[in-house]
Write a protein that binds this ligand. Structure first.
Ligand code: SF4
Length: 349
């Protein structure tokens, strides 16, 4: 296998928590991301999945160096981006772009669509003006819009169309890596499948690598090659998509899968939904961070933190009963609809 496009090792982001205005005293540390490691190949999609507050979006921002890490390395084509100078960081940013979650907030309402898409080319000094205009038209067609849309303003478009504009903007400077930060979670269910399938189609055509952030396993089922499940700042399971869906090992992954109703009612089982809230990252539980919600927790789980071994961070990974296929909790009523829509869109693609 060729060298990875992206290598992340021991990545951490800790925020000091202080009390007092004058002579503020540090009273704790929020461990938003706490020792995350993974690789991403060219043309591959790695999905980072977990509940809100698990550190997945912070990880995405660290990977793009939009925020500085507390520890760890992010290597892009073998080069550590955490030590790049200004000029090299700008060159890296041309190669690694982001599609934001909120297509309403991420577009400047005063810019025409043409100016929005052309802006990254201007910032990076790519092409002359006439060539940029031609490229904007090409990009609009690529994302399923029309060249005349370049003259319009964001408020004239629907949420799904705005996200297409955001994708066109990200692709303007021909990146190798696109971080998709919950790109469909702000969209109507009926539009989500169209945007997910557009991203999959663009990946095939352009050979893009995606780091795809999502809180919903139903979304990544149709777009990911591999999936990393995060809980309280750590990866608790990482596996090929098929293996993860067929044989989830970590109890938290099982709980996330249980939240997706199986389309076939005969395959539905009685899975206990995950109870409780995610504990605060300010005072994460000792030992395994998941032990306060895990139905299998034992004494060792409360005392010793499990290492990520063979893709799973669980003391009992070898002993737990097989997960089987009965993953449905009925916790996410929209998920069945989404799964059906994705399947239908994939058939038509
Ligand atoms: Fe559950 Fe223990 Fe495994 Fe943590 S280590 S997931 S508490 S069984």
């Amino acid at each position: 296998m060729s060298a990875p496009l992206l290598e992340v090792a021991g990545l951490a982001k800790h925020y000091p928590v202080k009390r007092g205005l004058i002579l503020a005293k540090q009273i704790g540390t929020v461990r938003a991301v706490d020792g995350v490691s993974f690789t991403l190949q060219r043309g591959e999609t790695l999905a980072l999945v977990g509940e809100s507050g698990c550190g997945k979006s912070t990880t995405a921002r660290l990977v793009l160096r939009l925020i500085e890490p507390s520890a760890g390395e992010v290597r892009f084509e073998g080069r550590d981006i955490t030590s790049l100078d200004r000029a090299d960081l700008k060159a890296f940013r041309r190669r690694a772009q982001i599609v934001f979650q909120d297509p309403y907030a991420s577009l400047n309402p005063r810019y025409t669509v043409g100016r929005t898409i052309a802006e990254p080319m201007e910032v990076h000094g790519v092409r002359d003006e006439a060539s940029r205009r031609a490229r904007v038209e090409e990009l609009l067609r690529l994302v399923g819009l029309a060249p005349y849309h370049a003259e319009r303003f964001p408020h004239e478009f629907s949420g799904g169309q705005r996200q297409r504009i955001g994708i066109a903007r990200a692709l303007a400077v021909e990146p190798d890596l696109v971080v998709c930060d919950e790109p469909v979670s702000a969209l109507d269910v009926s539009i989500q499948a169209q945007v997910v399938n557009l991203l999959a189609d663009l990946q095939k055509r352009l050979g893009l690598a995606y780091l795809f952030i999502a809180h919903d396993l139903a979304v990544v089922k149709h777009v990911a090659d591999r999936i990393a499940v995060m809980y309280l700042g750590k990866i608790v399971e990482i596996a090929e998509k098929r293996a993860l869906f067929a044989n989830p090992c970590h109890p938290y992954t099982r709980a996330l899968l249980a939240a997706i109703p199986h389309p076939d009612p005969r395959r539905r089982g009685q899975v206990t939904p995950l109870g409780g809230d995610v504990p605060s990252p300010l005072n994460p539980p000792p030992g395994c961070r998941f032990h306060t919600r895990c139905p299998f927790a034992r004494d060792i789980c409360r005392e010793k933190e499990p290492a990520l071994a063979n893709g799973v961070a669980c003391h009992l990974a070898e002993e737990l009963p097989p997960a089987g296929l009965d993953f449905s909790g009925g916790l996410a009523p929209n998920a069945a609809k989404r799964l059906a829509l994705y399947a239908k869109a994939a058939e038509n693609a």
